[in-house]
Design a binder for this molecule. Structure first.
Ligand code: SAM
Length: 393
């Protein structure tokens, strides 16, 4: 299957199944599909915590569980499974492995990215580089020179100091890659970027293609971090409309959250739901309004303090004598239901992500590149594990 065939088939599949993945179980207590699938709804709501946790962290298990009731999902693996990247080429000498001060799983991601790409085709330019760990690893492996472009001056200074200590020919440019003046940094480069979010990876790809750079390797992430309300497909014939909620679904994972992060996020969700239910009761018939993000510090106190702060911010006068315990309990009940019902939505997350990747990839093909999409590492190292590689024809 070509990338374009994959894109077209995924698009048809996502359009056909939209009622199953568009509705947010956070916003809607019972999405419309529940009425047509009462048995599935009941089975989901009855899931115990252990089974739910096992399913939520494992897309294949989710699909196996859901497919008997939703046979349309049978098509998914064939549309979303991508080949694994092989080691492209080995250097003559193995690079020294040193303690590189790179946090947690990042080391594994970087090593896998470097192994999948192989020898750079031109001087490297890394966008959204952080401390430039990725391009520095290329230099340690293959030699050569690299420019790391990063907006945060502190990260640039730390990266520069590491490069100097390791005697690597790596320079830093403190710049905003969204400024047109920064675009020229990619000229003639082998352009690389690991986990450049939304508008950043899009601009990276568009700029690289406009400059006709010889090689591009990028692992995109966070598609929802974009200035636009709706995704603007690069391929002109695309008919799928994705808002930020759908873009966020494409990158929703629980795999890499620590138990502490998971507990915080559960509390934030239950407490926000408690507020939303109360708002609905106090202002019946008013259309759902998206809540702005709630400061993390608010969930470190107790529920009444959280509710008071949020109600003040949202200009919702709280009734006197409000039963806070009952209000919090309704939030936790909705959270319990929402997590279970959203399993259906979650089944489509990789399909959305692969469609977005195909949009970028097929557009690049049209610009004169040979393009591949491959998994460069296990999803447990990073769920954003797809490498888009483009080489000029
Ligand atoms: C998700 S981090 C990825 C960093 C690194 N590539 C990695 O994988 O660890 C994104 C990086 O992009 C940088 N960044 C965000 N917006 C930027 C912009 N407009 N111009 C340049 N860098 C930006 C951030 O400061 C951050 O270091």
């Amino acid at each position: 299957m070509t990338l374009n065939e994959r894109r077209i088939r995924l698009e048809a599949f996502l359009l056909e199944t939209a009622p199953l993945w568009r509705a947010s179980t956070f916003r809607e207590r019972r999405p419309a599909w529940c009425a047509g699938h009462p048995e599935l709804t009941a089975a989901l709501l009855a899931l115990d915590e252990k089974t739910l946790a096992a399913l939520s962290g494992d897309l294949s298990a989710t699909l196996a569980w859901l497919t008997p009731t939703l046979p349309v999902l049978q098509a998914l693996p064939g549309l979303t499974d991508l080949p694994s990247a092989e080691v492209a080429a080995r250097p003559a000498r193995r690079p020294k492995t040193r303690n590189r001060g790179i946090p947690g799983r990042k080391v594994g991601q970087i090593d896998a990215f470097v192994a999948a790409v192989g020898q750079p085709q031109a001087p490297l330019v890394e966008w959204c580089a952080g401390k430039g760990h990725l391009s520095r690893r290329f230099l340690e492996t293959w030699g050569g020179a690299a420019l790391a472009v990063e907006r945060d001056a502190t990260l640039c200074a730390s990266g520069s100091a590491i490069a100097e200590r390791l005697r690597q020919a790596q320079r830093f440019l403190t710049a905003d890659v969204l400024q047109v003046t920064t675009a020229g940094s990619l000229n003639g480069a082998h352009a690389i970027a690991l986990h450049a979010c939304g508008d950043l990876h899009r601009r990276f790809i568009e700029t690289a293609a406009r400059l006709r750079v010889p090689a591009v390797d990028v692992a995109p992430c966070c598609y929802q971090l974009t200035a636009d309300e709706w995704y603007r497909p690069l391929c002109p014939d695309a008919t799928l409309s994705l808002d930020r909620l759908a873009l966020k679904l494409a990158v929703t994972e629980t795999v890499t959250a620590s138990p502490r992060e998971a507990a915080d996020s559960a509390r934030a969700s239950a407490w926000k739901l408690a507020f939303l239910i109360l708002r609905e009761e106090l202002r019946p018939g008013v259309e759902y309004e998206t809540l702005r993000p709630v400061p993390a510090a608010w969930i470190s106190h107790d529920f009444p303090a959280f509710l008071t702060q949020l109600a003040q911010r949202e200009s919702l006068p709280l009734p006197s004598g409000l039963d806070h315990a009952a209000c919090e309990a309704t939030g936790w009940q909705r959270h319990h239901e929402s997590r279970r019902l959203q399993l259906v939505r979650m089944a489509f997350r990789r399909a959305l992500e692969v469609w977005l990747l195909c949009d970028l990839a097929v557009w690049l093909e049209g610009e004169g590149y040979v393009v591949t999409l491959k998994e460069f590492c296990r999803a447990s190292l990073t769920p954003r594990n797809v490498l888009l590689s483009a080489r000029i024809r």
